[in-house]
Design a protein around this ligand. Structure first.
Ligand code: UDP
Ligand code: MG
Length: 325
């Protein structure tokens, strides 16, 4: 029997985009199922991430028009990563494979064919990797490159140029459900689950409409989150830096004592101020990094739910018909 696919699509204020891209997703689903690669009862699942515009109404309407569309609604905006997680966790018990993809048409849906093929060949995770960044601005291209280099240098294992366009089997999702952290960086977490994986490349296009919800500040946040969620290397680096500075200071102390004994000391205002500034700077940075981890621990120990679903396009009673049939 061909596998049942659920395409998981996070949507935040996408009323201009959805009417254009939703039929494209359905078309791809129909094409794959008519080729016998996926089951006929596969679904396109939209996750409304607390949109303030008409997005949820559009999703509800789509689900009434065609049973292949289903939707869930988060009780408020929680961010892209949590929206994808909510969709994947909803999907994991009712399908064999999921593909997560943005709803803005930037990721080439034709790569799904190759993703499904790789799954049929035995891979449990297939990462979509951008083959080029022609459509990105010079600035975005280079900050993104720097981002992946930094992540890898800091010990977070990520697939280069892979965002969140990815096929994951329900078997992997069952294991992934045991990763309980609330600070999510999905693209760095899936490689930790293991299982056989591969990548397929695709061209990244322009958004079909609307504008990006990821300005530079959010990208920097995601980068910092990625590093501190996946690696404790910054803490180790501070320790290394501390050792190095302690060593230099020790030499400095010997030097100061020798100078004092030789009677060469002059009233050194500048050097005193420099040293105070330098060390207070280092200390503040170090405390800041440690504070970041303590903040994360604080968030983790609270064990708050990572997503809350307020509505579904199907009711529980219908669940068997709509989602399993
Ligand atoms: N998104 C979301 N919640 C948010 C921000 C974005 O669900 O708080 C969705 C958005 O609708 C889109 C995807 O995440 O489907 C990627 O967002 P966007 O296209 O704005 O980011 P970019 O592609 O510019 O990095
Ligand atoms: Mg986008």
């Amino acid at each position: 029997m061909p596998p049942r696919l659920i395409i998981v699509i996070p949507c935040y204020n996408e009323q201009e985009v959805l009417p254009i891209t939703a039929p494209l997703f359905l078309e791809k689903l129909t094409q794959l199922s008519s080729q016998g690669k996926i089951a006929e009862n596969s679904r396109v699942m939209f996750v409304n991430d607390g949109s303030k515009d008409d997005t949820w109404n559009i999703i509800s309407r789509l689900s009434q028009e065609d049973e292949h569309y289903i939707g869930i609604c988060q009780s408020r905006n929680r961010g892209h990563q949590n929206a994808v997680l909510a969709g994947l966790m909803e999907a994991k018990d009712i399908c064999d494979i999921t593909i997560s993809i943005d709803c803005d048409g930037q990721d080439d849906i034709n790569a799904m064919d190759r993703m499904v093929e790789e799954y049929l060949n035995g891979c449990e995770i297939v990462y979509g990797v951008r083959s080029s960044r022609k459509t990105d601005t010079f600035f975005k291209r280079n900050t993104a490159r720097g981002f992946y280099k930094l992540l890898n240098a800091m010990g977070a294992e990520v697939v280069y140029d892979h965002a969140d366009y990815r096929l994951v089997s329900s078997r992997v999702l069952q294991e992934f459900a045991n990763f309980k952290e609330v600070n999510l960086f999905l693209r760095g977490m899936f490689p930790l689950v293991g299982f056989k994986s591969t990548s397929v490349s695709y061209e990244r296009n322009e958004r079909v409409a609307g504008k990006s919800h990821y300005p530079l500040s959010k990208m920097l946040n995601l980068a910092f989150d990625g590093i501190t969620s996946l690696s404790i290397k910054p803490i180790k680096m501070i320790f290394g830096l501390g050792m190095f500075i302690a060593f230099i200071s020790f030499i400095g102390v010997i030097w100061a004592v020798v100078e004092q004994l030789l009677g060469n000391t002059v009233s050194g205002w500048a050097s005193t101020v420099c040293i105070i500034c330098f060390f207070s700077g280092i200390q503040l940075i170090s405390i800041g990094v440690i504070g970041e981890y303590i903040g994360k621990i604080y968030m983790e120990v609270k064990q708050r739910p990572r997503y809350i679903i307020s509505e579904r396009t199907w009711t529980d009673k219908e669940n068997d018909d709509v989602t399993r049939s």
